[in-house]
Design a protein around this ligand. Structure first.
Ligand SMILES: Nc1ncnc2c1ncn2[C@@H]1O[C@H](COP(=O)(O)OP(=O)(O)OP(=O)(O)O)[C@@H](O)[C@H]1O
Ligand SMILES: [Mg+2]
Length: 366
């Protein structure tokens, strides 16, 4: 299979040298069991490439399990990864397989690996090296045959330097490193991606494809795409939906991409997990239980400490707002104030970045 056939088969769109080089590496490493670490800003396609590696490997007929280490509350991450025995802790009413076991024979994709707590990192490293692990509450080890892929939008070397990531796990993961450049650094891909998303969207919705005027095309090329390919896809789809006369003009796009000025920092958006409905339900329940207490404490701190910073103006002593509405408003303000920087906003709100992640998703703020 040559490079173009590979791209076609695995739905990789792009003609830049950067993408072609990445595809060449992927074609070379996919058949082996080597660990691949994928770097890139939010929305550059990390999952697309991880999935291509899996689907081009000898494990293709087994599952690729994606775990978003940033989206699962710390308290349950280990039980999610390694599973637990019946009765291992209060609420463990049944034995439950963890992702390591579910991925047996296939691939485990550790997404947002930088968000993994240090204590879990030790156990994950051990499991990767020994190809075995212990479920919570179990007395014997379980053997697994898993290939590992990992992704992050953080500089892991820096995380290591700042003692937030274990060096031994970092060395283990970075055997092969792929860095996917942001869309603004590979502008040749914008047009092919835009055409691809247009055709696909129109076909799926059974509508006639509009044409893009030259000036509109130029707008897409000039924009810096802080949300990368995901943002381009969304912008194209919205523009088509709102279009009436079959021609996409600069005006079709300008109102959709005005965030340019406020978004100098790359946007690292939370990701939705691909899960079965039962798994998703269970996770929601777990999360609710484990985080309610923390949320309450966060909220208390938020109200006490940030009163002057982000308290809604319209709220006075007589008026009572629902807590969730107030929380949403405060998060919105903090994000506006910090021009979308999650790290600074979390600081301002005196909550962890992880909690902020979750709340942004919950309130659909980005
Ligand atoms: N080269 C590409 N070809 C086709 N589609 C792409 C490509 N890159 C990204 N996409 C599409 O863009 C969207 C975002 O991609 P993906 O989820 O892989 O990004 P990501 O880097 O994992 O983002 P995040 O950091 O937020 O998890 C998806 O809809 C994906 O299909
Ligand atoms: Mg992703």
């Amino acid at each position: 299979m040559n490079r173009e056939e590979f791209k076609q088969k695995f739905g990789i769109i792009g003609k830049s040298k950067e993408i072609n080089d990445i595809v060449d590496v992927i074609m070379q490493v996919a058949p082996s069991d080597i660990t691949v670490l994928i770097y890139g800003e939010s929305g550059v396609g990390k999952e697309v490439f991880a999935s291509a590696i899996h689907r081009a490997s000898r494990r293709a007929d087994k599952p690729m399990v994606s775990v978003n280490c940033g989206a699962i509350p710390e308290g349950i991450l280990e039980s999610e990864l390694f599973g637990h025995k019946k009765g291992a802790f209060t609420g463990a009413v049944d034995r439950r397989k963890g992702y390591f076991e579910i991925a047996d024979g296939g691939t485990l994709f550790l997404d947002e690996i930088a968000e993994m707590p240090l204590t879990t990192q030790v156990k994950v490293l051990r499991a990767i090296e020994a190809k075995e692990f212990m479920s919570i509450g179990a007395e014997t080890v379980t053997k697994v045959d898993v290939r590992f892929l990992a992704a992050t939008n953080k500089d892991l070397q820096r995380e290591v330097d700042e003692k937030r990531f274990r060096e031994d796990l970092y060395f283990r993961l970075k055997a092969v490193t792929l860095t996917i450049p942001p869309l603004r650094k590979r502008k040749e891909d914008i047009e092919v991606l835009a055409n691809y998303f247009m055709t696909k969207y129109c076909k799926a919705n059974n509508i006639e494809c509009p044409v893009i005027s030259d000036a509109a095309r130029q707008i897409l090329l000039d924009y810096n795409w802080p949300g990368n390919v995901r943002e381009l896809k969304n912008v194209i789809e919205t523009a088509i939906t709102l279009n009436r006369d079959g021609v996409l003009t600069p005006e079709s796009f300008t109102s959709l991409i005005t965030r340019q000025e406020v978004s100098e920092e790359p946007r690292n958006l939370p990701v939705f997990l691909r899960k079965s409905p039962e798994e998703a339900d269970r996770e929601i329940l777990y999360r609710a239980l484990f985080e309610i207490k923390k949320d309450l404490m966060d909220l208390k701190d938020l109200i006490i400490h940030q009163h002057n910073e982000v308290y809604p103006v319209k709220n006075n002593n007589d008026e009572v707002l629902p807590l969730d509405e107030m929380e949403k408003e405060m998060i919105k303000r903090a994000l506006e104030k910090t021009r979308g920087s999650r790290r600074q906003a979390a600081k301002l709100l005196n909550i962890s970045e992880r909690t902020l992640y979750r709340k942004i998703k919950q309130y659909q703020l980005q």
